[in-house]
Ligand binder design. Structure first.
Ligand SMILES: [Zn+2]
Ligand SMILES: [Zn+2]
Length: 147
């Protein structure tokens, strides 16, 4: 089955060359809260080459204090954020998992930046969680990569 998604207005559409929905995680950092206007962002790590995107994509680039360059791709019409890449993780893209057509089937299997999690939100006890960013190898395990 094709894994596809798109922005709120429908001008940007994308497909992921994957066999199944990617595993998702939630980021509770305050940047994600601001950016999403919500309690956390729901994201999925995919190989950058697996994304085939069409439509009026615009890029917002920002450089972190440590010099990492984040390139955010969004719809130029409705400004929905679709995915981003980061110079610290070449070849990997982070998809805003809520833009997937089948987002209702996503399982969030890990939580990062729980230090700034909204206090009313109770996380499942069994879910791996980190107060800040997760070490890449631990995150890969939590998402089921390399099994
Ligand atoms: Zn749009
Ligand atoms: Zn975040």
């Amino acid at each position: 089955m094709t894994i596809a998604g798109g922005c709120r207005c429908g001008a940007v559409r994308y497909t992921l060359a994957l066999d199944d929905l990617p595993p998702a995680y939630a980021c509770h950092c305050t940047d994600c809260q601001t950016w999403s206007g919500s309690a956390f962002s729901q994201q999925a790590l995919v190989p950058e080459g697996a994304i085939d995107v069409s439509g009026p994509v615009v890029v917002y680039e920002l450089t972190s204090p440590s010099g990492r360059i984040s390139r955010q791709r969004m719809c130029g019409t409705c400004h929905t954020r679709i995915f981003n890449t980061n110079s610290a993780r070449p070849g990997l893209a982070v998809v805003r998992a809520g833009t997937l057509d089948r987002s209702n089937e996503l399982m969030v299997t890990a939580h990062i930046w729980t230090r700034s999690k909204q206090p009313w939100l109770e996380l499942p006890k069994a879910s791996p969680a980190w107060p800040e960013a997760a070490p890449p190898d631990e995150m890969a395990r939590a998402l089921g990569f390399g099994r």
